[in-house]
Write a protein that binds this ligand. Sequence first.
Ligand code: UFG
Length: 329
Amino acid sequence: MAILVTGGAGYIGSHTVMELLAQGEKVVVVDNLRTGHRSAVSPEARFYEGDIRDRGFLDRVFGENDIEAVIHFAASSLVGESVQQPLAYYDNNLFGTHSLVGAMEAHGVRKIVFSSTAATYGEPERVPIEESAPTRPESPYGETKLAMENMFRWCDRAFGLKFVSLRYFNACGAHPDGTIGEDHKPESHLIPIILQVPLGERDHIGIFGDDYPTEDGTCVRDYIHVMDLANAHYLALNYLRAGHPSDVFNLGNGTGFSVKQVIELARGVTGHPIPAAVSPRRAGDPAVLIASSEKAKSKLGWKPRYDDLGTIIGTAWKWHQSHPNGYAD
Ligand code: UFG
């Protein structure tokens, strides 16, 4: 039987495909390649280009493959864009998931591991954030991800759909072999933007606000390596295979780094001075986001292997140095 990975040509999806293959799983990938990259998908996986909102397409994929479970990444994932285009997020994220779960119900597939986000919490009352914290998303992105989780919950009650929802904090880094990594166009994430400076693609990094209530005034985030996220999906799959009930888990390292600290670490990794300049705050950025991942550690047996941010940035640097134009190289 095979694992269907939706959005398997995207950043976290493609790393999860590599992890599943390394664990000996058979993998089928669907991706509409709107933001994903065909060459990010290992040739060992069976690839279908198409959109999960197209039910006929999904019926063909489920009909041609013996699918045991789904790992669901296919979604739009930019907080700022979602505020500008809420309906596009409801369409791609919520309607897309509706179509996918409908196909799963029709084809008798009852296990799904879901790519969720810290954005489901919104501005936290306290850190580290536990899964029991209130969910008050502050963007259509976070809102649609939370609605997708709730859709699974009701479908569990109605027809026994078992789900694990993984709420990640700041995904970063690249596969240690340097063959796949992060490639968003346009790029909005901190670490790849910092690395554009030593690559000669920009002359400095802009720090979005230094007047936050943190030690150095810049935002604090919990950075987690993409291969540790990938491994968590595999563990979540086995958790469902073992017959455990549906559940939600945070994934982070439990340590916060400020924007200034991340830049300083990147200077050490690259040996480049990386000039920085403070610019205005970016709308919607919470001051501090740090995960409590104790539940994932105790229940899934998850243990992040990359707990050193310098090493994590090193894996990203290896990828960007060898692929300065991303998958276009
Ligand atoms: N930042 C800068 N300069 C930049 C880019 C980012 O200072 O050029 C700062 C941001 O203001 C933020 C931090 O770096 O404080 C990290 O920003 P990212 O854009 O890399 O990541 P976010 O924390 O905004 O986003 C992450 C995930 C989202 C998720 C969100 C939850 O990427 O998917 O956390 O709030 F929704």
